[in-house]
Design a protein around this ligand. Structure first.
Ligand code: SF4
Ligand code: SF4
Length: 382
């Protein structure tokens, strides 16, 4: 395990933790202007960069844990500063040196992930239970596709509908796929952005080993966070696989004439771009093409969508932290969806699912608008 030195100057600690990009910042402030937090509270991204340059970072500030890693600022920065890497480095310094305080909820999730391989603290032996009655086989060497549903659709009773719908679709289409539940662990994407690099490295090495020893070549995922980790982060540790988000895979099946719809869904549906599918990986068209292929479905757009889409508030480990009423981006999104007259918010990410579901319930709008994963809508229309 790589250990940061507590005896270095603050700036050196941040640089050593991966904060090199901060050297490029010339203090224009465009990042602060675009950061969505400033619509609900003050969050001075430029100042955080400046304090890190000066060695004046306040590791005890709540600001260390605010960034949702949505990438809106990185997209805007004229100097190409990878601001998320700097935020991650500051968090990493706190988590490894014991300076400042890791929020309680994040500390518990990190402990669960390190201990049992999932943030919910559930038993690894139960990771496959969601698929029990669906006739899904275990992945064995030679199986074409590994379906990796993410920890939340594996365990959360309300979000299992995502994994179950996906397996139902793949079964109906006769796709040769399998799952590796009990040996698999959290992908580690979010815990890495929350500053726990050692946990990420351990999870990634374990998953790479499991996938490699089972002969996995192609992985289909439900979560953009798993997609990002497997596609962009595991290769640096030797894990090279073909990775497809479920929306990409299902569109390829439409193009091949294998996936067709026989039922109408006469609803007004608004699609929310997940940050890790959109801004992080430029996948905007496939989810829309999938939804537009469903007969009867009317697709509408948020006032800010695609590259400009507002985050649900769950990235960067924020999914495990409390966000005060009045500061929840998902509440703003639900309001926008209602203004557009949508009946359904379509999501393509388990974190979006959780946040929108909670917002709809806490805003007492469950009678007016539903939250559904794209896979649920596809399964319903087949
Ligand atoms: S937009 Fe880029 S260069 Fe400008 S203050 Fe932010 S990080 Fe620095
Ligand atoms: S990544 Fe998003 S939340 Fe984080 S500082 Fe940039 S704009 Fe703000």
């Amino acid at each position: 395990m790589e250990v940061l030195s507590p005896y270095k100057e603050v700036t050196d600690v941040i640089l050593e933790a991966g904060g090199e990009p901060l050297k490029l910042c010339y203090q224009c402030g465009l990042c602060t202007g675009i950061c969505p937090w400033n619509t609900v509270r003050s969050f001075m991204v430029r100042r955080i960069m400046h304090e890190a340059q000066l060695g004046a970072t306040n590791f005890g500030s709540e600001d260390v844990w605010i960034c949702v890693t949505c990438r809106a600022c990185v997209q805007r920065c004229p100097r190409g500063v990878e601001i998320i890497d700097v935020m991650r480095a500051i968090r990493r310094a706190v988590a490894s040196l014991g300076i400042g305080v890791v929020p309680d909820a994040l500390r518990i999730s990190a402990k669960n992930i390190a201990g049992v391989g999932n943030p919910l603290g559930e038993e690894p032996e139960k990771r496959d239970d969601w698929a029990k009655d669906l006739g899904v086989k275990k992945f064995t060497r030679g199986t074409e596709i590994l379906y990796f549903p993410c920890c939340i659709p594996s365990y959360d009773p309300d979000v299992k509908t995502v994994s179950r719908s996906t397996a139902t679709i793949l079964n109906k289409l006769g796709i040769d796929f399998g799952i590796i539940g009990t040996e698999a662990k959290c992908c580690g994407e979010a815990i890495r952005k929350a500053g726990h690099e050692e946990i990420f490295q351990s999870l990634a090495k374990s998953n790479i080993n499991t996938f490699g020893s089972n002969g996995v070549k192609t992985i289909v995922v439900s979560s953009p966070h798993c997609y990002h980790a497997f596609k962009n982060e595991y290769p640096e540790l030797g894990g090279k696989f073909q990775v497809l988000h479920i929306t990409q895979y299902l569109v390829s099946l439409i193009d091949q004439g294998k996936l067709r719809f026989s039922k109408e869904i006469k609803k007004k549906v608004i699609y929310s771009d997940p940050c890790y599918l959109g801004r992080h990986n430029s996948i905007y068209d496939e989810p829309r093409k999938l939804l537009q292929s469903i007969p009867g479905l009317e697709l509408v757009e948020f006032p800010d969508s695609r590259e400009e889409a507002l985050c649900c508030g769950g990235g960067g480990g924020r999914i495990w932290m409390d966000t005060k009423k009045g500061e929840r981006f998902s509440d703003i999104r639900v309001e926008q969806a209602l203004e557009k007259g949508a009946n359904i918010i379509a999501v393509a990410c388990p974190y979006c699912f959780l946040n929108y579901r909670d917002s709809v319930l806490s805003m007492d709008k469950a009678e007016t608008i539903q939250v559904k994963d794209v896979s649920e809508l596809v399964a319903e229309a087949m």
